[in-house]
Design a protein around this ligand. Sequence first.
Ligand SMILES: NC(=O)c1ccc[n+]([C@@H]2O[C@H](COP(=O)([O-])OP(=O)(O)OC[C@H]3O[C@@H](n4cnc5c(N)ncnc54)[C@H](OP(=O)(O)O)[C@@H]3O)[C@@H](O)[C@H]2O)c1
Length: 327
Amino acid sequence: MFSSNCWVTTALAAVGLAFIGYRVLTLLKTLLELYVLKGISLKKFGAGQGAWAVITGATDGIGKEFAAQLAKHKLNVLLVSRTQSKLDAVAQQLIDEHHVEVKTFALDFTVGNDADFQRLGQVINGLNVGVLVNNVGTNHEIPTPFAEEDEKLINDIVEVNIKGALKMTRLVLPHMREKRSGLILNLGSFAGLVPTPYLSVYSAGKAFLSTWSQAIGKELAKDGIVVEHLNTYFVVSAMSKVRRPTLAIPLVKPYVSSALSKIGLRCGANIPFTSTPYHIHGLMNWAINTIGTNGFWVNQNFAIQTDIRRRALRKREREAAALRKSD
Ligand SMILES: NC(=O)c1ccc[n+]([C@@H]2O[C@H](COP(=O)([O-])OP(=O)(O)OC[C@H]3O[C@@H](n4cnc5c(N)ncnc54)[C@H](OP(=O)(O)O)[C@@H]3O)[C@@H](O)[C@H]2O)c1
């Protein structure tokens, strides 16, 4: 007969094994989705059949690459961004390289002008929209305490990163619901997964996108619309201020190609309607879900942002000194 001590030890061992077994299973699922399985084909959303993709913030970085790769998959593209000259240059490049139809619409999301969105709505109403990429985003200039942040910049982040996505989605939904098909990709960030001190408004805005994507993802599934929040760590771009790729920080090309090849797979994410498609990001997301507490990761982020802030302030001082010297 087992003593009561033996029973307790056996029960604890069983709980421990179940816990570790569950973690191993989630890792295997993550590896399978990141390295083996293919996501939903873009053909389901009209690629090669005359459908259109609408991409915001399409003249640089990740958005420009989404436009190029969607055009390569034979979707016509409507580019929405701030600067008409940059829109014209990207449009011409896509026409030359991929022979698709391209339209452009210049819109400054910080202005959030109703009349502009109505005009954009009229353009969208004339198109068979299969894909929307809510990519446009803006960030704090440098990590800054909320109490000291510029009022206009706070409002701009809300207008662009949150209200921009809401307004764009409302413009495409009637058509997608009517034809019972569509893909909506929302560009998220690890700053939305783990609260990021000194980037508080950006971080909270990305958390908004995460929660909102999960809510509308569920609502719209019955209409045949796929909503996916793309959880993203750093990517080389003007916004990230990272110029050279590393193992964890890819160029836009491999990042976007992973996003488009893993539609519908969570990869490293453990929340619905969310994917962390880039392989190293996926593994990092799995680690964050598995190791440490939220408090631990917030402390890590605080330490990282404090260091970035210190270096950014020093750089500003150096630049100001150089300017004074040249006067
Ligand atoms: N890069 C990263 O490490 C990273 C990580 C996580 C998430 N993300 C997210 O990915 C998205 C794209 O980031 P990115 O790094 O590719 O940015 P980026 O290189 O700075 O490009 C931003 C694009 O958005 C446009 N844009 C900016 N403000 C605008 C406004 N007010 N109105 C209209 N268009 C505007 C820019 O147009 P102009 O060319 O005219 O300026 C440009 O085309 C963002 O949502 C960002 O939060 C990025």
